[in-house]
Write a protein that binds this ligand. Structure first.
Ligand SMILES: [Zn+2]
Ligand SMILES: [Zn+2]
Ligand SMILES: [Zn+2]
Ligand SMILES: [Zn+2]
Length: 225
């Protein structure tokens, strides 16, 4: 199988860029700059500190996204954004690990767990790398990196998508057509990618099959996008 270069789409101008070029592009996206310049003279636009974050699957680097988060947003807001975009299947627990400290989605008071009601500005700094885990059984692990901090026009406490990967091309293991289903059992052996036709006769049965979706949680638990 030939390794394809991971590509993605800028959410501002809708242009396609390779994973390695997108950071550079976002810094100079013409459309983003136009918005910036035309509003620069108007004082009523409030600028606020934001963090530019890049996020990817810990062992699945073909799934990635760039986001901009208001510095006054909380760790819980970031968790919610990741759940909405990539992760949520059945309300599992999640956590962030930032500089060795763990922030839990559902903190146990008796265990003195730290919750996620922490402002990003208090825990993030440029160049910092940190981690997220969703579901402590069938875990999806993400790596997050703070690319930069800057001043931006953004709604209070909000998080917005700047760019994300296009669906990786995955082919059916038996016939080479585009895979549309994945077996939630066989995926543990790195197998079980199936086209519609081959899915019908898959030995594990239809109940085990999940749709192929553009997320690092594809094929996990009951995740269907
Ligand atoms: Zn762009
Ligand atoms: Zn689940
Ligand atoms: Zn097939
Ligand atoms: Zn299977």
């Amino acid at each position: 199988m030939t390794k394809q270069v991971s590509q993605g789409t800028c959410n501002i101008c809708k242009g396609t860029f390779s994973k390695s070029m997108i950071t550079k592009h976002l810094a100079s996206c013409k459309k983003g700059r136009t918005i910036f310049e035309t509003s620069a003279g108007k004082q009523q636009f409030k600028k606020a500190k934001t963090f530019h974050l890049v996020i990817e699957g810990r062992n699945l680097p073909d799934y990635w996204m760039h986001i901009e988060a208001s510095a006054d947003a909380e760790v819980a807001d970031l968790d919610g954004f990741l759940r909405d975009t990539w992760l949520e299947c059945c309300g599992h627990l999640s956590s962030f690990t930032i500089e060795g400290k763990t922030y839990m989605s559902d903190p146990d008071e008796e265990m003195c767990d730290e919750g996620m009601d922490v402002v990003l500005d208090d825990v993030l700094r440029p160049k910092m790398k940190f981690f997220h885990e969703y579901d402590f059984g069938t875990t999806t692990e993400l790596v997050l990196r703070v690319v930069a901090e800057r001043e931006s026009e953004i709604k209070k406490k909000s998080i917005r998508l700047l760019a994300r990967n296009d669906s990786p091309a995955i082919t059916c293991a038996s016939c080479g057509k585009v895979a549309t289903q994945v077996c939630s059992q066989c995926i543990y052996e790195g197998e079980g990618w199936l086209c519609n036709e081959c899915a019908k006769s898959h030995e594990c049965g239809e109940k085990m099959l999940l749709p192929v979706v553009n997320s690092p949680r594809v094929g996990m638990c009951g995740y269907s996008g």
